[in-house]
Design a protein around this ligand. Sequence first.
Ligand SMILES: [Fe+2]
Length: 185
Amino acid sequence: MRIRTNTYSIYGIQTKRTFNDVMQYSQLLKLFEDELKGIYWAEKVLAKTLIRLIKNATSAQLIDTLKINLEETIIHVIRLEDVFKSLDKTPVTKKCESLEVLIKETGEIIDSCEEGAMCDAAIISATQKIEHHEIAAYTTLCRFAETLDLEVAFTLLNTTLTEEKTADEQLSNLSIGTINLELAE
Ligand SMILES: [Fe+2]
């Protein structure tokens, strides 16, 4: 069978691919954009959640970590807008159902525990669950961007992925400290 090769334009880039290649590329691109909208929604909602968590945390160290996390989350929102721009797309949000569940759970934790070390431990646990969700989302987005040859998008997303991993490590260290403190009391 003779494979038909043609020149196609994707995001203004002329590329020579088979018809099947182009079909797969555009399907993956659609998936990439959907994931992008989901994490854009998540980062925006997360910024509001972090403000709530900061108000309810007791440990100065945890408050500082959450404040850094909030600053980074705002940067992540701006960075995602840059990713949309690199694709010539207007930034659009799409509700991320799985993260919505985690955020709801976080709200319930805050409502049900009194301020103090145990509440701090619960905040760390809830924040880390969200962080793991973000790491999974950004890892997938990076792989998609790489496969789609979207260099600018990949660099931006990979920078955020590195920051998410660092934030997770900081929360893990804090978690050990907080739990030890609680057991010692
Ligand atoms: Fe983030």
